[in-house]
Ligand binder design. Structure first.
Ligand SMILES: Cc1ncc(COP(=O)(O)O)c(C=O)c1O
Length: 381
């Protein structure tokens, strides 16, 4: 599959470009002072050499204990540090899961639309993707049941503030998915990359809490603390621990334990709840600025949603139109957007993913002027 995501990151970095395209956090939200303090502490005293040395394959145990504690207190399921495997960002989990469970020609159920980066990663293992259509409530239950009954090995899902659409599963959709998956032999991969960024809290319980033996929950500090540190994890059922350990060891021996120690220190020495609350307030505010600019600048025939968390707004041009043209024309005028088509197994020609988290207020204003002009030119609205 073509590499859209990192390609667009490069385009967006060209001088003078405004980007609504990628999923990068706002630079000004990084706690550089807090992290500098953590790096200093990690590299001081007796801990300095272990921090620079090889570490355990599953990751730095105190951090895994903190993640397990959060699973119990916030995500509603029993977990211990032994169930948590640290990875180089949660992106690596896709490759690990593909390596562990997919053979060429296996069927795999995926959300349509779904996260392109995961589709790219899983596709290295040659599965046949079965599209499960997404509604505003969650995945189409009948399509998911059909896929599972026909032997799908996995279902990859993002129940909270999905990338690309910003949508979340309703409570009843979570329950239905758990019932379809439980005991079916199909593994649910529950990606919670944006779960901590709910402006009014989490939109529902984790499906892992409903079907713990059939679900792997993926998490990441990329959207909260720093994507550059590459610290993600998977919380696996008991039966998967040994194979997960062997698979990570074979691939990379271990993921970067220096970053894990820095994050562990950051969590120990800062009020993480307060930190998260301020992030959520910050992103909620940016979303408001972005939506206001959309209201002001985009013609009425364009449609979009108002997500309750995460970083993305899902824009639709009128039915039958091709948003790829919108992408190309906007690019010519200095605005990078992300066409929605590549996030689909089928359909999605008239969709665009917009990221409100990265651009500044000024860039939002200028970028939206460009987008509004392009929409009017293209669709004669
Ligand atoms: C839904 C989703 N899952 C996983 C990832 C991978 O993130 P990371 O590897 O930085 O944890 C991303 C990145 O944008 C994402 O949007």
């Amino acid at each position: 599959m073509p590499s859209y995501i990192m390609g667009l990151v490069e385009v967006a970095e060209r001088p003078g470009m405004i980007s609504f395209a990628t999923g990068l956090p706002d630079n000004s939200f990084f706690d550089t002072e807090g992290l500098r303090g953590s790096v200093d502490r990690v590299l001081s005293g007796d801990g300095a050499c272990p921090a620079l040395q090889y570490g355990a394959t599953a990751g730095f145990r105190p951090l895994r204990e903190k993640i397990a504690e959060r699973c119990r207190s916030e995500l509603g399921f029993e977990a211990s540090a032994d169930d948590v495997f640290m990875t180089n960002g949660s992106q690596e989990c896709f490759d690990q899961l593909g390596r562990m469970f997919l053979n060429r020609g296996d069927t795999m159920a995926v959300e349509n639309p779904g996260y392109l980066g995961a589709l790219q990663s899983f596709s290295s293992y040659g599965p046949i993707f079965r599209a499960v259509e997404m509604t505003d409530d969650g995945p189409d239950g009948e399509m998911l049941s059909d896929s599972v009954e026909s032997g799908a090995k996995m279902f990859y899902s993002i129940p909270n503030f999905q990338n690309p659409s910003g949508r979340s599963y309703s409570r009843s959709a979570r329950l239905s998915v758990s019932k379809i998956i439980e005991g079916s032999g199909c593994l649910l991969v529950e990606d919670d990359a944006y779960g901590e960024l709910g402006y009014n809290g989490r939109p529902g319980s984790t499906i892992k809490s409903m079907a713990p033996e059939d679900t792997v929950l993926l998490g990441s500090f990329s959207k909260t603390i720093s994507p550059g540190m590459r610290v993600g994890w998977m919380v696996v059922p008991d039966w998967m621990k040994e194979v997960a350990n062997r698979s990570i060891e074979a691939a990379s021996l271990q993921s970067g334990s220096f970053s894990q120690r820095v994050i562990d220190d950051f969590l120990s020495n800062n009020d993480y709840e307060e930190y998260l609350s301020s992030l959520r307030r910050g992103y909620k505010h940016k979303k408001r600025i972005f939506l206001d600019a959309m209201e002001d600048r985009l013609p009425e025939a364009m449609r979009w949603n108002d997500p309750a968390g995460g970083m993305f707004i899902w824009l639709r041009s009128p039915d039958g139109t091709d948003a790829m043209k919108l992408f190309e024309l906007a690019l010519d005028k200095g605005l990078v957007t992300m066409p929605g088509r590549p996030f689909h197994i089928k359909g999605g020609e008239n969709t665009v993913r917009l990221n409100f988290a990265t651009p500044s207020a000024g860039e939002i204003e200028d970028g939206m002027k460009i987008l509004g002009g392009v929409c009017r030119d293209l669709y004669c609205l």
